[in-house]
Design a protein around this ligand. Structure first.
Ligand code: BG6
Ligand code: MG
Length: 217
């Protein structure tokens, strides 16, 4: 019997190198109130929804805003971000991901997306990867963001697979927490120090290798 029947992928920073564009767009917003958003700060924003990210930045910068101004900044951040991803193409798919998706598909493993981003569908289309995903759960479909497990539990339910039979691929600490709370196997992609818990940790999909991926399923 197969160990796992389903692979759930985070998007930004796992499938595609868009984490850098989120960072650049937030830096521009933060600079409006003279706050220098560092890469270290940005680590805490990975996997975090747009609204929660802005709340955190304002807290760090010690700034409080009226709701109207807050919403304007949210829209501005997204416009800047959309500008960065306008020309996004298949060359920005992260190394090993396309090969991994093909391998999973050939082995009849169900594939889902669990992303906090409300731009997930546009991005998958630009990357020409949409057809790989049997279920796409994004920031428009959840009430509670990561580390709440809702996003991955909805993905598993949509694909009709028990949570224990799912493997989650994530680059954010909150995403790994969400996967573990959902009782899924969590594969962290990045440096081990960035995560408080995980089942496996690899730098990226190429270090996981085809053999490593096969052993998970
Ligand atoms: C996550 C990113 O995937 O999506 C976060 O890691 C981002 O950085 C979040 O804030 C929400 O994205 P969007 O596209 O809805 O602003
Ligand atoms: Mg991510």
């Amino acid at each position: 019997m197969k160990k796992h029947l389903c692979a759930l992928f985070d998007l930004d920073g796992v499938v595609v190198d868009t984490a850098k564009y989120h960072y650049l767009a937030w830096r521009e917003i933060a600079s409006k109130f003279d706050f220098d958003l560092t890469e270290k700060d940005n680590e805490q924003l990975k996997g975090v929804s747009r609204i929660e990210s802005l709340k955190l930045i304002l807290e760090w910068a010690n700034v409080s805003l009226e709701k109207e101004k807050f919403n304007l900044l949210l829209a501005e951040k997204n416009n800047t971000y959309l500008g960065y991803i306008e020309t996004l193409g298949t060359e920005e798919i992260l190394p090993g991901i396309k090969e991994g998706l093909l391998q999973l598909q050939e082995n009849k493993i169900k594939i889902g997306l669990g992303s906090a981003s409300k731009n997930a569908k546009i991005i998958l289309d630009k990357l020409e990867l949409t057809s790989f995903f049997g279920a796409i759960i994004d920031g428009n479909q959840v009430e509670k963001g990561k580390p709440n497990p809702e996003i991955f539990l909805k993905g598993a339910a949509a694909l009709q697979v028990a949570p224990e039979k799912c493997v989650v691929f994530e680059d954010s600490a909150v995403g790994i927490q969400a996967a573990k709370t959902a009782k899924m196997t969590a594969v962290a992609l990045g440096i081990p120090d960035s995560f408080s818990q995980y089942d496996y940790c690899y730098t990226d999909f190429t270090t996981l290798t085809a053999n490593g991926l096969a052993q998970l399923f």
